[in-house]
Design a protein around this ligand. Sequence first.
Ligand code: HEM
Length: 368
Amino acid sequence: MMASVTAAARAAAAVLLLVVAAPSADAHLAMGAYNKTCPQAEDVVLKEMTSMVAKSPDVAGAVLRLFSVDCFVGGCEGSILLDSTPGNTAEKDAPLNQGVRGYEVVDAIKAKLDAACPAVVSCADTLALAARDSVRLTKGPFIPLPTGRRDGNRSVAADVALNSPPPGANITDIIALFATKFNLTAKDVAVLSGAHTIGKARCSTVSPRLYNFGGQNGASDPTLDANYTATLRGQCKPGDNATLVYLDPPTPTTFDTDYYALVAGNKGLLSTDAALLLDATTSAYVARQANATATAAAASEFFADFATSFVAMSKLGVLTHHNGEIRQVCSKVNPPSPSSSTSTAAAQLTATGGLAVALLALAVALVL
Ligand code: HEM
């Protein structure tokens, strides 16, 4: 009798130890994470994005960039969406993020999601899915995207410069930043830069290449095609910081390989686009896609590469399971309350942990 009690207790202890030690099965992102809790979530995002991009094609580029900026600073946890508070300047108000736009798009989609399934879909996933749809709606690839991201509550302006390539960054620094901070490769740099096939930049970003290259008054960047420099000088007058110009003027709202042909032809708008020509890996990728422009094979290679790199980026620093919260309003962390998702999760965790410890103690006592 005693032997069987001891064996049973040993087995119970072993099971308990396994339960306590094993990583949770849903501690990661998963395909269709909302299939049970909000089956229509991905359809709602696509429907809203379709209607907003139809009304204003600029929305696609804005949202795609917004997502990358979110992921690169502290992970894809919606921190770019948070407003500054009296005691804290948030990421969105950092100097490097002044041109970032599309916040209202995420708010509008999140409102529709909350109407369909209150407090289920995070702001981080709303943004991730909207960015995925930006690519698809501009005739780029459909990217199957794992979901289950939760929202973080840290958004500090000072984090931005530490984790973002500055406008004039050289290619060595960009590749090193991607490798050390994001575990992304030089190929990822070349592939993800292909996002500049849609969207716009501010004249303030471009003007140093047109009027003040290398800090020299009146000098333009000699690596920028001379005719394109003249065109851009017509669009961006000295001192005009507000006007937006297309990154890929021939096909500004189509996600295609044209961007690489532009870069190869010294017509990359940003100095960081032009810089892709200065590293062996990134320049080889540019040449490869540029030479094959307009062929179905090239598009499908770039599309497949982009999907892979985009998903890798979309997994950076995500919060899942008991971490983070489902924000009610994307620009604000949830008010502290006993019923907030974070405290509920913490309470559940504590309760589960407490129960496990008690059962474990009982099992050990039985064994002894
Ligand atoms: C290699 C690192 C990158 C650098 C240095 C960079 C830099 C920039 C800059 C300076 C702008 C123009 C901002 C302005 O003038 O307001 C811009 C725009 C844009 N970027 Fe990037 N970017 C990078 C990576 C990415 C990635 C990974 C994505 C997305 C996957 C992306 C998507 C975009 C888009 C779509 C726009 C246009 C935004 C709009 O229309 O509002 N970029 N980027």
